[in-house]
Write a protein that binds this ligand. Sequence first.
Ligand SMILES: Cc1cc2nc3c(=O)[nH]c(=O)nc-3n(C[C@H](O)[C@H](O)[C@H](O)COP(=O)(O)OP(=O)(O)OC[C@H]3O[C@@H](n4cnc5c(N)ncnc54)[C@H](O)[C@@H]3O)c2cc1C
Length: 333
Amino acid sequence: MELFQLSRANDVRDAVAACAASQTAQQGAHVRFLAGGTTLLDLMKLDVERPARVVDISRLPLDRVQTTDDGGIRIGAMVRNADLAMHPLVHEPYAVLSQALLAGASAQLRNMATTGGNLLQRTRCVYFRDTAMPCNKRVPGSGCSAITGFNRTMAILGTSDACIATNPSDMNVALTALGATIEVEGAKGARSIPIDDFYLLPGNTPDRETVLEPGDLVTHVTLPPIPGSRSLYLKLRDRASYEFALASAAVVVNVTDGRITRAHVALGGVGTKPWHATEAEAELAGAVPDAASFARAADAALSRAKPQSQNGFKIELARRCLIHALTQVTQSV
Ligand SMILES: Cc1cc2nc3c(=O)[nH]c(=O)nc-3n(C[C@H](O)[C@H](O)[C@H](O)COP(=O)(O)OP(=O)(O)OC[C@H]3O[C@@H](n4cnc5c(N)ncnc54)[C@H](O)[C@@H]3O)c2cc1C
């Protein structure tokens, strides 16, 4: 592990200023915020992340979940995953989010992990985490070991010739189906970013995963109201707990008079970013909620899938995962 400077921020302005100051003083020095530390410290020990400065944001007053004027909710970036899952404004009203959080990691990790940290957790690609191996995400231009190597768990949607690593988060899949907005504070002030625009496809620059600029601090995540809807998160993995998704589906559906009036669908475990399945949504809009329309939606969601040598099974797995999620969420409507 490299030597680094550690400081603690007491408020948001402090945190952003600490980052900006380091970057100016040390000519663009690599600075990282420390929230729960469950991703960052692992990667620092592995020498994958080598920040010159770490700014501890764990004491920032961003630990509340509140209602918004339009009936949605606003989640502070420091709200712990376990607290968010069980919060009364989330547990039933946004069941898909609660279920996704509870499907992630372990109880101990969920007690430490934060909303902001989960949004920005890094891929679990074994080559990204192994500094002895080429990886374009870690060292741009060095090559992608996964394309010709062990790629069973890698992405089938949104891949490029430079990177096929999967976004590992469960929470982000639910936030995508819910149409979340990410609130950010940076050197240039505050801005709000719809989650669909927040994550970048790898293309030729897989090292750049989001639209965040160096030193940008995520302060909140806001969710719109979802009146009259039912929602569900289904995660399929190699073992029943403490394992990342091979395929997952987050669905938010409204059914009125026997027709689907609104369907929001996202897939996890299969995309290089949390995958907004807009083709599936188009198939479901106005459809009767039955096996035929669910199969059409699942086919559409996976129509652009590109399997690697070992992960072709993910196409059928993700298809069935989405069909099952849609079947379950619309049962007894
Ligand atoms: C063994 C294990 C199993 C896991 N299993 C799962 C799983 O099944 N599903 C799943 O979804 N996740 C899983 N995780 C990942 C876990 O959810 C993340 O590690 C956690 O959510 C990260 O949150 P954190 O607060 O600890 O982030 P940190 O480690 O503190 O930070 C992570 C990154 O986010 C940045 N960051 C943090 N907060 C902010 C902010 N407010 N603004 C800007 N940047 C910020 C940090 O600088 C860092 O780069 C697992 C992790 C482990 C170790």
